[in-house]
Ligand binder design. Sequence first.
Ligand SMILES: O=c1ccn([C@H]2C[C@H](O)[C@@H](COP(=O)(O)OP(=O)(O)OP(=O)(O)O)O2)c(=O)[nH]1
Length: 163
Amino acid sequence: MAESVEVLITASVLPNYAHPGDAGADLHSAEALTLAPGARSLVGTGVSIALPSGFAAFVMPRSGLAVKHGITIVNSPGTVDAGYRGEIKVALLNTDLTEPFRIEIGDRIAQLIVMPVAHATFIPVEHLPGSQRGVGGFGSTGTAPATPNQDTPNQAVQTGGAL
Ligand SMILES: O=c1ccn([C@H]2C[C@H](O)[C@@H](COP(=O)(O)OP(=O)(O)OP(=O)(O)O)O2)c(=O)[nH]1
């Protein structure tokens, strides 16, 4: 585990790391609601933070909720910017086709991972340097080169950017 970083916080319930080595601190719901099958909702956590410059926090799903109940996060991972001072909210989605999902105040609905992030200085160039992977991606490893398919809307990915 990396060094600890101090994050200023206002919260109804503090996010907590369940175990010493956990990467994510659990976020608790500040609302009671029922997510109907297939429904999504932006759910408050009652948590606002002030991250140090050079850090971001990411709102991630909890695997237990996903596996047991089909609850995921629409925009996973949600990005919390260092300058954001509003309430952290979770865009929950009930992917279960038949079962509604009930959330009570205080339920653990997501986890927050705090990470250092770099700002890139983008340097425009005519050609990128070569690499072992080249332009291969999207399942290309160990398979024949993809055949350009006119039905593929992002065909430019396969044909563009040749070195
Ligand atoms: O799951 C999330 C994602 C974002 N946010 C907050 C913190 C973040 O700093 C802010 C803006 O998020 P983002 O940049 O992803 O939103 P956007 O759709 O690009 O809107 P904006 O124009 O507000 O940046 O919303 C959350 O509370 N939960």
